[in-house]
Design a protein around this ligand. Structure first.
Ligand code: ADP
Length: 515
């Protein structure tokens, strides 16, 4: 630090605050490092405590007297600051002298750094006479450093060598690893070649400032996820606000409060960890969705191949077996008639299976155009289509006027057709009576399709919506895909489908469609 002159009129208290805070930061930082050192001789503790208390006192004075942005009052405030800090600084310098008689090696070097910082501040403080106001001195608690819960790799960017070194040592003692550089260019080079969990970036640097570097890091696509925390002795709210707007995670004011620094870094690392986890999960989900889409497309392609290429030979088998049956006529033995029957029946079942698979793949396919669908019209079409089995079984279908819904028309037909034909297929002794109704429940239309058929036992009421699930004998035609299709149709519309039934008591299928 070159000793600043009293703030000239027009000088900015904020700048002076910054200049003074750097040596204060060094005093506090190195004194704390020494206090934490388990090898330290016991008798050095009171001197270190004095240094910490003095530095805190000077910090309080700096905050009190260098707040004003009014240059006309700045000069007199600086004078008061100088006068009031002198005593404490002399005491701090004396404490460092005592310490240098006790300490050796690396710790002695740290003591020298504290002395250097205290002397710089004292040189600034030696000025005109004080109005003798006492600043209360706060006792400084020494918080023992415990290992960090999340260990991380830090890049420290600070033009002050002591600042870098102090922070590195502090973080490394907590189990982190650090790389420290002094310029923006070195920082960018490091970031391009290595991975860091967090960058601690000094706000005030010569050349490219911390804010400019922050901007640069945040605009490089590869670095956008890097957490950046601004370190500053320059506590101007507007500047800090700007850094946060530019994407800094947080800021820390020098000199750091160890406990606050540790807690904030931990919070940021934890937040980043959760964000990364979330990003990974999203990527996994996207990959799974992509796989699913691909297998759906594969299924559709498969279904269309099956429908075109298999249906034709299947028809041929069935036709030729029927011709064989005709040509054998009455001469066919019982055995031969049985074989022919099995072949025709097998071909029929296979045709149903192929058609249902095709229908399922259609409802999972891409074409999902929504339109206004009048359910009354759909039911009229289905009654025509199922005319033969309705007539054969004496089925009755009753419903009041039903609403219009926004849905895919062919799929709505498929849905009603499956439910109604099941109600007919799984009928009891009595002719089927099928009642369809709809009512508004919150923001949904809730439909019900009930029958007086054989019913379904409670334990199967969830599983029957699965593919190929069948409860009843093969004598009733079907492939076990109809209800899976219904579920798919409804889920694609954002509704749900379920049923209420009891064996021998008929069944009611419910489904909802957003209104
Ligand atoms: P499929 O009718 O082709 O067998 P579905 O998926 O439509 O296949 O139905 C699955 C099973 O659920 C049926 O095999 C049948 O056992 C049972 N089921 C479906 N609808 C009814 C109903 N209305 N009454 C009784 N059982 C039913």
């Amino acid at each position: 630090m070159s000793t600043p002159e009293p703030a000239p009129s027009g000088g900015r208290p904020a700048e002076l605050r910054h200049i003074l805070r750097t040596p204060i930061n060094h005093m506090i930082g190195y004194a704390e490092l020494l206090l934490e050192d388990e090898q330290r001789p016991r008798q050095s503790e009171p001197y270190l405590a004095t240094i910490l208390a003095c530095a805190q006192q000077i910090l309080t004075l700096v905050q009190r007297h260098l707040q004003s942005s009014d240059p006309s009052s700045a000069s007199s405030e600086v004078e008061i600051l100088r006068a009031q800090s002198r005593g404490a600084l002399r005491e701090a310098v004396e404490a460092t002298e005592a310490l240098s008689r006790i300490e050796t090696g690396q710790r002695l070097e740290d003591v020298e750094r504290i002395r250097f910082a205290a002397e710089e501040l004292l040189a600034f403080a030696v000025g005109s006479l004080p109005p003798n106001v006492q600043t209360p001195r706060r006792a400084v608690p020494v918080v023992p450093q415990s290992p960090a819960k999340i260990v991380a790799r830090f890049l420290i960017v600070d033009d002050s060598e002591l600042g870098r070194e102090m922070l590195c040592r502090m973080l490394e003692r907590q189990g982190h690893t650090c790389v420290a550089v002094e310029s923006a260019a070195e920082a960018v080079a490091c970031l391009r070649s290595e991975r860091f969990d967090m960058v601690l970036l000094d706000f005030m640097m010569p050349g490219t400032t911390g804010m400019e570097l922050l901007n640069q890091i945040k605009s490089e696509p590869g670095f956008q996820e890097t957490a950046i925390v601004m370190l500053s002795a320059f506590d101007e709210v507007a500047e800090i606000g700007r850094c946060l707007e530019l994407g800094a995670e947080d800021y820390l004011l020098k000199p750091f409060d160890r406990a606050v620094l540790t807690a904030r870094l931990h919070a940021i690392l934890e937040r980043k960890r959760l964000q990364n986890l979330e990003r990974k999960r999203t990527e996994q989900l996207e990959a799974a969705e992509c796989d699913l889409r691909r297998s759906n497309e594969d299924l559709q392609r498969f279904a269309s191949v099956v429908s075109h290429d298999l249906q034709e030979p299947l028809r041929m088998i069935s036709n030729y077996v029927q011709l064989l049956q005709l040509s054998l006529g009455e001469s066919a033995s019982k055995e031969q008639r049985d074989y022919i029957h099995f072949a025709i029946d097998g071909a029929k079942r296979m045709t149903v299976l192929i058609q249902e698979l095709l229908a399922y793949s259609n409802v999972t396919g891409r074409d999902h155009t929504l339109e206004a669908v009048d359910c009354n019209e759909v039911l009229d079409e289905i009654k025509l289509e199922l005319g033969a089995s309705i007539a054969e079984t004496g089925a009755v279908i009753v419903h009041p006027p039903l609403p219009q819904v926004t849905a895919n028309r062919p799929q709505m037909r498929q849905l009603f057709q499956n439910l109604i034909s099941n109600a007919i297929k799984y009928r009891s002794q009595a002719p089927p009576v099928i009642r369809i109704a709809a009512q508004r429940v919150d923001r949904f239309w809730q439909f019900s399709v009930s029958d007086n058929g054989i019913g379904i036992e409670p334990e199967y009421q969830d599983t029957i919506f699965g593919m190929f699930v069948r409860l009843h004998s093969r004598s009733v035609g079907g492939a076990g895909i109809g209800l899976a299709i219904c579920q798919r149709v409804i889920e694609r519309l954002g509704g749900r489908i379920w049923l209420e039934s009891a064996k021998g008591k008929g069944s009611t299928f419910f489904f909802t469609i957003p209104a």
